[in-house]
Write a new protein. Structure first.
Length: 252
């Protein structure tokens, strides 16, 4: 963090889906860098509480809020409350997401709709709710968590790939809409990152995946968090509308 701040005016960052995985890694890194953090979760209340406790124990400030990212009234109420309490966020990291894999021909309509809603409706609702305050402040960054699946495709993930490719278009288009207000919008496209989302893969599949990655390992949440940190920092103030791949060379 490079802004001049006092205890009262520390910039704050919203991280959606911060209880586990990549979001948790981002919460930990940004809290360590001195930001105040609000992170959301849906079900993992005890993980959220343990993250809050761990960060408080290190003298950092982070609050977990249960908020279904797909629920318009919950997102609106959260944004109104947080903006009234803290002012405009310095950054939104819209990371919450799910997979519901199936071959397209056998995919249930709910599997398609749930993934579109959790991954895509969620970023629309959050960006729309927080942008008025951010535009007024004329400074800020939005980071969307896309995926390398959008670039390479993946069997069984047509629903997921559709949302992650759409995010790249959202980043480009929203960057055009809000650039004159000094708000930057970028996307991150991670490859295989070691979180609950990939931990369920069979051992043989994981070995095959590692072999296909030039750096011969899965990524860590902190590999992605390092890029998120750069994209909300003063080191990236002339970068907007872009997607950055962090995949160990998988898509090279
Ligand atoms: N892991 C990878 O290899 C990989 C690769 C490329 C992109 N990504 C993307 O990176 C993001 C994070 O992935 P991950 O691997 O860290 O996933 P994860 O470990 O499964 O964690 C998902 C997070 O999203 C939250 N969440 C899901 N649905 C939500 C909703 N409706 N409202 C609020 N929170 C919700 C979960 O909350 P609860 O804990 O409360 O359930 C959790 O905090 C996702 O957008 C994913 O698509 C991941």
């Amino acid at each position: 963090m490079t802004e001049q701040t006092t205890e009262q005016t520390r910039p704050w960052v919203l991280v959606t889906g911060g209880s586990r995985g990549i979001g948790r890694g981002i919460v930990e890194r940004l809290a360590d860098e001195g930001y105040d953090i609000v992170f959301t979760f849906l079900k993992a209340e005890s993980l959220a509480a343990s993250l809050e406790d761990a960060l408080h124990g290190q003298g950092q400030r982070a609050v977990g809020v249960r908020c279904d990212a797909t629920d318009e009234s919950q997102v609106k109420a959260m944004a109104e409350h947080l903006v009234a309490e803290r002012g405009a966020p310095h950054a939104l990291i819209l990371n919450a997401g799910i997979t519901q894999d199936a071959l397209l021909m056998s995919m249930r309509t709910e599997q398609w709709d749930d993934v579109i809603s959790a991954n895509l409706r969620s970023i629309f609702l959050a960006a729309r709710a927080f942008l008025p305050a951010m535009l007024e402040r004329r400074d800020g960054a939005i980071v969307l968590m896309s995926s390398v699946t959008a670039l390479k495709g993946n069997t069984g993930q047509t629903n997921y790939a559709a949302t992650k490719a759409a995010m790249m278009g959202v980043a480009r288009s929203l960057a055009l809409e809000v650039g004159r207000f000094n708000i930057r919008v970028n996307a991150i496209a991670p490859g295989f990152i070691a979180t609950d989302m990939v931990d369920g893969f069979p051992e043989a599949r994981l070995a095959q995946i590692k072999k296909s990655i030039p750096l011969r390992r899965l990524g860590t949440a902190d590999d992605v968090a390092a890029l998120a940190s750069f994209l909300v920092s003063a080191n990236s103030t002339y970068i907007t509308g872009q997607t950055f791949v962090v995949d160990g060379g998988l898509s090279a």
